[in-house]
Design a protein around this ligand. Structure first.
Ligand SMILES: [Zn+2]
Length: 393
């Protein structure tokens, strides 16, 4: 059985963008409480680790000195606005300990890479991580420091990893990470997300396939609102395993945001825990079957309905660890959510399968997704990359 490291700090909940903000402390605490109550530790294959804050040198692996200085100074004030850097906006408000809690997230992600590279664990999952919308000098989409980019650069510089596969299944396009490596073939960026025609950040159409040396090493698979499990799996299988095998990555970073779940308050997809169970197993299998030899780092990403986030993350954790989840949620967890947050969470951990025929406009959704995929195929064929993989689409 694989050894999985879970990276968690109680101080992660300091990354609280406000009670009325989707990125609040309860969307993180509720999933963590479910993890604690499920108590996977008996079989010794799941081990907890507590991260420390990343240093300024670590941040400089991607962000500029001036940007870090401004985040630090506003964080100290606990309030303020600096539009040029996207700080103090509705999406990215300034809050006390903004700098410190963001550094802790980066520290957790770096810890995950080190634990895996030093063979202390086979795979790792940092629950509060995957802040994929942050840019070199711009906070965006609830993200201030881009832990994923910093960790990938760390893998390249410290461990000499030549081929990182970054897969992003958050409902939002992984713009910050994909753009950071847009002209590089040392990172294969795959993002499957709700179409930017309908959702933040407005990028990630299938004709965005990288540039210069990185042409063909960015793959975007947009999904039409309403997309359901089977459709998602068909799209995934039609192209991803083939490209994955051909690229033969040495390390996999998976931003596994839970906001594609049908219960999410920001996204508009119809995905259930059945899809996330499939993704956990399939991505784990693909990671085993390449040069990475199972080196897989998961970053929790988005998700703004705490009940969905909790069940999606635990389904993924079970999927990558070969553990079966119990059918029903622990009563202690249900009681905790009610008592602490006055929230009624699901009594069952697994969703029932959705009947696609009951989904409004289901043939339109199917058709739109095929068109997106067709554009991707044409773009890739035009530049002559992944020829074997695009033939059969
Ligand atoms: Zn998201």
């Amino acid at each position: 059985m694989k050894k999985t490291g879970i990276i968690w700090s109680d101080r992660f909940t300091k990354y609280n963008l406000g009670e009325g903000h989707p990125m609040n402390a309860r969307r993180l605490d509720i999933p963590y409480q479910l993890y604690k109550n499920l108590d996977f530790h008996d079989n010794h294959s799941i081990v907890d680790f507590t991260p420390v804050e990343a240093s300024e040198d670590d941040l400089l692996g991607y962000h500029s000195k001036n940007y870090i200085k401004m985040v630090k100074s506003l964080s100290k004030a606990g309030d303020g606005y600096y539009g040029r850097y996207g700080l103090g906006t509705g999406d990215c408000p300034v809050f006390p300990e903004m700098h410190e809690s963001s550094c802790l997230i980066v520290g957790g992600t770096l810890m995950g890479t080190d634990l895996i590279m030093n063979d202390e664990v086979d795979q790792a999952f940092s629950l509060m991580a995957g802040l994929h919308h942050a840019f070199e000098e711009r906070a965006a989409g609830f993200c201030y420091y881009n832990d994923a980019v910093i960790a990938i650069k760390h893998l390249q510089e410290v461990y000499g990893i030549d081929r990182v596969l970054y897969i992003d299944t958050d409902v939002h396009h992984g713009d910050g990470v994909l753009s950071a490596f847009y002209s590089s073939k040392n990172v294969l960026g795959l993002s499957i997300h709700e179409s930017p025609q309908f959702l933040f950040p407005g990028t990630g159409l299938s004709d965005e396939i990288g540039k210069e040396e990185g042409l063909g090493y960015t793959i975007n698979i947009p999904l039409f609102p309403g997309t359901w499990d089977d459709l998602y799996m068909d799209l995934f299988e039609s192209i991803i395993p083939c490209i994955w095998k051909e690229y033969d990555p040495e390390f996999i970073v998976w931003q596994c945001g839970a906001d594609g779940h049908f219960g999410d308050i920001l996204g508009h997809l119809n995905l259930t825990t059945n899809l996330y169970n499939y993704l956990g197993k399939r991505i784990s299998e693909l990671s085993d079957d390449c040069s990475a030899n199972g080196r897989l780092l998961l970053l929790g990403g988005g998700g703004y309905n705490p009940d969905s986030v909790a069940r999606v993350w635990m389904t993924i954790l079970a999927g990558i660890s070969g553990i079966s989840l119990p059918e029903f949620a622990p009563q202690e967890w249900i009681d905790y959510c009610k008592k602490t947050y006055q929230i009624d969470v699901s009594t069952k951990l697994t969703d029932d399968k959705l009947d696609p025929l009951k989904i409004e406009r289901h043939s339109l959704i199917n058709e739109a997704n095929s068109q997106y995929l067709q554009v991707l195929k044409e773009e890739l064929q035009e530049v002559g990359v992944w020829n074997q993989c695009t033939e059969n689409i």
